[in-house]
Design a protein around this ligand. Structure first.
Ligand code: UT7
Length: 341
């Protein structure tokens, strides 16, 4: 374990030393949803591209932290490291079991990480991409050498699986994905550009009310909506279709690289139509923007690292490539992280 001051250290790079992911066994297909609410497989596939998602079973011990710990263990094994090698654990999530302790503390205990630092980062669907930027710069600054970053969410715990919740319940699924970031002497590795943005005026486009005071002005407080995601789908869609390309353009410009120089775009899986619109705008080949939303739905902070783990494991992403991570979500928040692997 090494953390502390940095004075006099030589420049360092940051590499992604391992990845892992975790998914609940339980599948929730569009056909299952048809039995719970007024919807159809055809509508869901056409509007979102989603065919099924995974959801935890809380009666069997399923939780955000458990998924996060499983993903982290897989990433540590991939990096051939022990949990005690970690200096810091960051969990990006909006579904921590409790407001205290942080999921990261539970995860540190589950994996046996000893006394390393542990905190949660909340930026909804942008959480993991924000985390990549934060963790990278903590290592680059020299204070930390090995960080476990996890994106984990179990939105099924915030869904209303009835007609009243049909516009959100069809979208979200549960998962976790993790990366191990490590200091390296190879200074060519690490971030080429990054961006983190928010627009707090847009908070009411996606929120989870806990009490009557949480509803936006003009919206009647309804106890039936407590602890259920409230989303203005059409306006988030519009925001995303505009923001995604703008963010990609801005990040490419600041790194001084062309859209075609990027080997893979790893984007938040929000809606097939949003992803396709962004890809077409940049003339990016179909196989350079990964899509797995059909199998897992929108897994919030887990969606980007879950894609990345699948891409690495299948050999489609390798050391030496340039990879752009992009996400947007509640807050409103949006962010990018362009890496030289
Ligand atoms: O991770 C970031 C957060 N979220 C997002 O990125 C979500 C972005 N938004 C979206 O993906 C889309 O807005 C949705 C998939 C949520 C909705 O698609 P839409 O094309 O924007 O539909 P809509 O909300 O405008 O609703 C169209 C119609 C409505 O009926 P009327 O008023 O036209 O008669 C809805 O009541 O579809 C109806 N509808 C449904 N029908 C069948 C809404 N949900 C459903 C459903 N099944 N599950």
């Amino acid at each position: 374990m090494s953390s502390g001051t940095t004075s006099g250290r030589r420049p360092i790079g940051v590499r992604i030393a391992g990845t892992g992911s975790a998914l609940p066994d339980r599948r929730l297909t569009n056909a299952d949803l048809e039995k719970l609410m007024t919807t159809s497989d055809e509508w869901i596939v056409q509007r979102t591209g989603i065919r099924e998602r995974r959801i935890i079973d809380r009666s069997q011990g399923g939780s955000t932290s458990q998924l996060a710990a499983d993903a982290l263990k897989a990433a540590l094994a991939d990096a051939r490291l022990q949990a005690t090698d970690l200096d810091l654990i960051i969990v990006a999530t909006m579904t921590a079991e409790m407001s205290c302790p942080a999921s990261a503390s539970l995860v540190a205990n589950m994996v046996g990480a000893g006394n390393c630092g542990a905190f949660d980062l909340t930026a909804a669907c942008s959480g993991f991409v924000y985390g990549l930027n934060v963790a990278h710069d903590l290592i680059k600054g020299g204070s930390y050498r090995t960080i476990g970053l996890i994106g984990a969410d179990a939105l099924s715990t915030l869904m209303d699986y009835s007609d009243a919740g049909r516009s959100t319940a069809i979208i979200f699924g549960d998962a976790a994905g993790a990366v191990i970031l490590k200091a390296t002497d190879d200074t060519s590795k690490g971030l080429l550009a990054q961006a983190m943005h928010s627009d707090g005026k847009g908070w009411k486009e996606i929120y989870v009310p806990r009490c009557a005071q949480d509803f936006p002005p003009g919206v009647e407080a309804d106890a039936g909506k407590f602890d259920h995601v409230q989303m203005n789908g059409a306006s988030v869609f519009k925001f995303a279709v505009g923001t995604f390309p703008e963010l990609i353009e801005q990040t490419l410009e600041s790194a001084k690289v062309a859209a075609t120089d990027i080997d893979m775009y790893v984007c938040h899986q929000s809606n097939h139509r949003i992803l396709t619109a962004a890809r077409e705008r940049f003339g990016v080949a179909e196989d350079k923007l990964y899509i797995n939303i059909d199998r897992y739905g929108n897994t919030v902070a887990a969606s980007v690292p879950l894609c990345f783990d699948e891409l690495r494991k299948s050999g489609r992403v390798r050391d030496g490539q340039k990879v752009m991570f992009v996400a947007f979500g509640g807050g409103l928040t949006w962010g990018s992280s362009l890496w030289q692997l």
